[in-house]
Design a protein around this ligand. Structure first.
Ligand code: UDP
Ligand code: MG
Length: 320
């Protein structure tokens, strides 16, 4: 029988773990699906990991790991994919905002031969206005960059074993899971769902962390900002040719005394452009630096459940 792995990244989610595990266990057992649950605690500062250990002792189908510190949701997702042994893997939030009732539908589509099942949001759930606006802008830009409509996409998706192996084989450290599943291609089907209210606790995203996430993802997927630097350069060269001719003509006709204001303005504008361009280039160099260092995506400090001994060696080899 085919095995379904469910990967659940969790950061300070002690209140959600046992409830989420119960809901999923019941659903999958009622459906007669062979499954495993993989909880990755992303360096939580509460009792998330001891909760995971507790359920792993009760149910051999539950396993998990704890990071040595907070590495971010992307890293937690990839650690989960690494630990999963299923023929298909579903990634979902552990606060039940991704409705588990959709899982049987995803599983069915996989059995029909689809290799990627994308969870598409039909509503955006409860979000603050600032979040809504910045997320809206971000997805507009991202959709342009990836050349696919990402506005309603989410991290809730099912991936076939082949796709998981492809993702794990990608050498880069700065990943954007949501867009990568589009990028790798394969036979894809959508599944629509309503974003639920968070069960317990609160959202982990601050405005600042969202902005950082947005910039990191946009630049990890595209070099468009670099091309914008070139465009800015071309525009200012055209502009300076016009000014050059005008200034020279004035000088030759003997009326070139005034114009200090123009000089000040030009220095300010060009200085601004230069610093902005340097910033953009610097950002990419920083990303290259991070990639070149080749540090792992995450560090696991503890494991729970039957993985002990068995997969640890693999993590070292694959340490991402
Ligand atoms: N999460 C994580 N690491 C982080 C932040 C979040 O693993 O640094 C997990 C979190 O526990 C949850 C999922 O990512 O399972 C989505 O986070 P959250 O619910 O806070 O985001 P929202 O649903 O508000 O977008
Ligand atoms: Mg959530």
């Amino acid at each position: 029988m085919a095995l379904l792995s469910i990967v659940l990244p969790a950061y300070n989610e002690e209140q959600n773990i046992s409830n989420t595990a119960e809901v999923l266990q019941k659903l999958l057992e009622d459906n007669g699906t062979d499954y495993e649950l993989i909880f990755i605690s992303d360096g939580s500062r509460d009792n998330t990991f001891s909760e995971i250990q507790r359920i792993a002792e009760e149910n051999p189908r539950v396993k998990g790991a704890e990071f040595s510190r907070n590495f971010g949701k992307e890293a937690a997702i990839f650690a989960g994919l690494e630990m999963a042994v299923g023929d298909a893997v579903i990634v979902m939030d552990c606060d039940l905002q991704h409705p588990p009732q959709v899982i049987p539908k995803m599983w069915e589509l996989w059995q029909e031969g689809f290799q990627v099942v994308e969870g598409i949001k039909q509503n955006r759930g409860k979000e603050k206005l600032g979040y809504k606006l910045s997320a809206g802008l971000f997805y507009k830009i991202m959709s342009r960059l990836v050349k696919m409509d990402m506005s309603a996409s989410s991290d809730f998706k099912l991936l076939d074993r082949k796709v998981v192996d492809v993702l794990l084989a990608l050498p880069e450290r700065n990943t954007f899971f949501r867009a990568l599943s589009f990028w790798v291609g394969f036979r894809t089907a959508p599944v629509y769902y309503q974003v639920q209210e968070r069960q317990f606790g609160e959202s982990k995203w601050s405005f600042l962390s969202l902005m950082k996430y947005a910039i990191a993802n946009a630049t990890s997927f595209s070099t468009l900002p670099l091309q914008m630097v070139t465009v800015m350069g071309v525009v200012s060269i055209l502009f300076s040719i016009v000014l050059f001719i005008q200034t020279l003509a004035k000088f030759l006709s003997g009326t070139a005394v005034e114009g200090f204001t123009t000089v000040i303005l030009l220095i300010l504008i060009i200085g601004g452009f230069l610093m902005l361009s340097l910033g953009i280039i610097g950002h990419y160099i920083a990303r290259i630096y991070e990639e070149v260092k080749g540090r792992p995506k995450y560090i696991i400090s503890k494991v729970a459940g039957s993985v002990q001994g068995e997969v640890v060696g693999t993590w070292k080899a694959h340490a991402r």
